[in-house]
Design a protein around this ligand. Structure first.
Ligand code: UD1
Ligand code: CA
Length: 475
């Protein structure tokens, strides 16, 4: 093993005032620790150890997938390669120094360097860690701390340098004197440690104020033990923002959103107002697609080229093809919308639905587990659930599939070229044969043969002069 990474995630995160462990708070659709892991994985280390505390199982489930009975549906890496990630327990949060000690049993056989970083710095970039590692190796250091210049250094440990400019200590705000508090060079929480540095971890003294073993104290300890420590001031402040409070989480999410959208703009996506759009890490969008304000694109959503997503749409875990139009205020979840289809305004496409090429799903239409074939239309006010609809079908306004009998769900099959008149109810299970017509206002309870007309409404009668007589009675 040449390079390993330890991610510290065992802190209590008290400042979040939350029942959820801090590193599982979500940022642009992903738990914070997922963002850190994504970055770390780009470096292809031989091993990654996540140190977690009493929430270890929850954190492990969120990363590599749930163990039976877990409240989490799936982990970030479930189903994909979660190899190389292991977990170490820090039973009590006795500080960042103690947390690294807890990871050591997982790192037996490490010959090279250990990168340590905090699980609460989701914006850190792989290239910055790479250049830290490079400097560590070039300078033949035992300890290299990544530092940066902070506008407001209050939340960070200050990097104290001696008269020769060498780093002599890292001092936390709480422990700092007046002069030290003025220092703006601060500790990012990213370090590289050699094997020699790992051997002095257990000599870190207890911080008497906080009753913790601070990893940062390894810097002052290094001098006493004859090891080389230095601080590399690289990267931008934004990148190392630590998330300790909900305010900081909101700020970090804002910065991450900007990053995600900047990448998409570079790839050729158009935004009417990029500051008003919310897109998860995991979403991909093709060039020349336009996104209007107040759009939410979540989870594993992919959008093709030349599509337009109008205001107030929310699309989650769905595949949207090329030249698709999603009109205002539509919700699409777990579904697939094929090329040149038109959805909305005010459509609700629920999980398991597929809308074919050139199909049209109009206002106040709800689909659930329903397949709509090529060029078929349901333009107004319908509920289509558990239905298979062929090509070139016309679903009239107000059509309802009665798919639920109170116990079970049943299938409605509508074959190619069918015309369903407005305000019809199709009581499932039922099949409407190819090319058939259903008269408006019908309640269909039996299969309709191909090319037939089915009408089930009461025949219309006329009572001559009735209205006139009624008016006379009144006067
Ligand atoms: C820490 C650093 C500080 C640095 C800042 C950068 C220390 C003592 N201070 O401060 O110098 O400027 O990060 O963001 O290291 N954790 C554990 N076990 C513990 C305590 C913490 O695993 O017992 C984990 C936390 O989950 C967190 C990380 O370590 O991910 C940092 O802990 P936190 O309490 O947030 O430290 P800061 O006060 O931010
Ligand atoms: Ca922190």
């Amino acid at each position: 093993m040449k390079t390993a990474v330890v991610i510290l995630a065992a802190g209590e995160g008290k400042r979040m005032k939350s029942a959820v462990p801090k590193v599982l708070h979500r940022i642009c659709g992903m738990p914070m620790i997922g963002a850190v892991l994504g970055t770390v994985r780009q470096m292809r280390p031989d091993k990654i150890v996540v140190v977690a505390g009493r929430h270890l199982e929850l954190i492990r489930d969120a990363i590599i997938g749930p163990s039976p009975g877990s409240a989490i549906d799936s982990g970030i890496y479930s189903g994909t390669d979660a190899g190389g990630i292991s977990f170490a327990l820090q039973a009590e949060p006795l500080g960042t120094g103690h947390a690294v000690l807890c990871a050591l049993p997982e790192l037996k056989g490490l010959q090279g360097d250990l990168v340590v970083l905090n699980g609460d710095t989701p914006l850190v970039r792989a290239e910055t860690i790479r250049s830290l590692l490079k400097q560590h190796r070039q300078r033949r250091n035992d300890i290299t701390v990544l530092s940066f210049l902070a506008g407001n250094p209050e939340a960070y440990g200050r990097v104290v340098r001696d008269s020769a400019g060498n780093v002599s200590a890292i001092v936390e705000e709480k422990d700092a004197d007046g002069e030290q508090r003025k220092i703006t060079e601060v500790n990012s929480g990213v370090y590289v440690l050699s094997s020699a540095a790992l051997r002095i971890l257990d000599a870190i003294p207890l911080n008497l104020q906080k009753k913790e073993y601070y990893l940062t104290d390894i810097v002052s300890l290094a001098g006493k033990k004859g090891l080389r420590a230095s601080a590399c001031c690289i990267g931008l402040e934004e990148e190392f923002m630590g998330v300790n409070t909900r305010f900081e989480l909101i700020r970090a999410a804002g910065l991450m959103r900007k990053k995600i959208i900047a990448l998409l703009i570079e790839k050729g996506v158009d935004f009417i107002d990029p500051g008003l759009v919310y897109i998860d890490h995991t979403v991909s969008i093709g060039a020349t697609t336009t996104i209007y304000p107040n759009v939410y694109l979540e989870g594993s959503t992919t959008i093709g080229r030349g599509s337009v997503i109008y205001p107030n749409a929310r699309i989650k875990d769905s595949r949207i093809g090329n030249r698709v139009m999603i009109k205002d205020s539509s919700v699409i979840e777990g579904s697939s919308i094929n090329d040149a289809a038109m959805i909305g305004p005010f459509a609700h496409i629920r999980p398991g639905s597929v809308v074919g090429r050139n199909a049209r799903i109009g206002n106040f239409v709800e689909l659930k587990k329903t397949k709509v074939g090529q060029a078929s239309k349901a333009s107004h006010l319908s509920y289509l659930g558990d239905a298979q609809i062929g090509r070139g079908v016309n679903i009239g306004a107000g059509t309802i599939t009665c798919n639920y009998d109170g116990v079970n769900k049943h299938l409605t099959v509508i074959e190619d070229g069918v015309f369903i008149g407005s305000d019809s109810q199709l009581v499932a299970p039922v099949r409407i044969g190819k090319g058939a017509y259903v008269g408006a206002g019908s309640t269909i309870t039996k299969d309709v043969p191909r090319e037939a007309l089915a009408v089930s409404r009461v025949a219309q009668q006329h009572i001559p002069g009735w209205a006139k007589k009624r008016r006379k009675k009144k006067t």
